[in-house]
Design a protein around this ligand. Structure first.
Ligand code: ZN
Length: 158
């Protein structure tokens, strides 16, 4: 396993829509190795989320791990490290709220971004099973930020 370099705003590959992970790749040693590298990288950079395109891997794959507890975003619920393959976001309530967002690909900056605060995520887990997660508040913001990377979008666009 290894810590990978995170590409930064200005790198053209951050702006390209990522490709779906194919069914036969799920459960493969290659994908497991990529996820392990993403986990090492996320921890090395002390982040809460990382999308594969941020390490220059053009796949619809992201990991999120929210330590929880008091933070600059208020008191946050813990989310254990989870891998999301081919995630799709459905907005359940259009009402927005804003947070100051940061991004490992845009070091040293924060931006106030408003996003819907109630969404559902449909995704495939590492075992290849369909799964879903309903999210509100800060969590909804984090996931929309991460999954934007899969479409070549950065928070600075919003
Ligand atoms: Zn980001």
């Amino acid at each position: 396993m290894s810590v990978r370099r995170i590409i930064r705003m200005g790198h053209p590959n951050l702006r390209k829509p990522a490709q779906p992970v194919t069914p036969d790749a799920i459960g493969s040693p290659e994908l497991a190795r990529l996820v392990a590298d993403m986990v090492d990288t996320l921890h090395d950079y002390s982040g809460i989320g990382l999308a594969a395109p941020q390490i220059d891997e053009p796949l619809r794959l992201a990991i999120v791990e929210i330590p929880g507890g008091p933070s600059r975003y208020g008191d946050i619920e813990t989310l254990p490290l989870t891998t999301f393959i081919n995630p799709v976001v459905t907005v359940l309530n259009e009402e927005v709220a804003g947070y100051w967002e940061g991004c490992l690909s845009v070091p040293g900056l924060r931006g106030f971004v408003e996003r819907p605060q109630h969404v559902r995520i449909d995704y495939t887990n590492e075992e290849g099973a369909a799964a879903e997660l309903e999210l509100q508040g800060f969590w909804a913001t984090v996931f929309q930020h991460e999954f934007d990377h899969l479409d070549g979008k950065l928070y600075v666009d919003r």
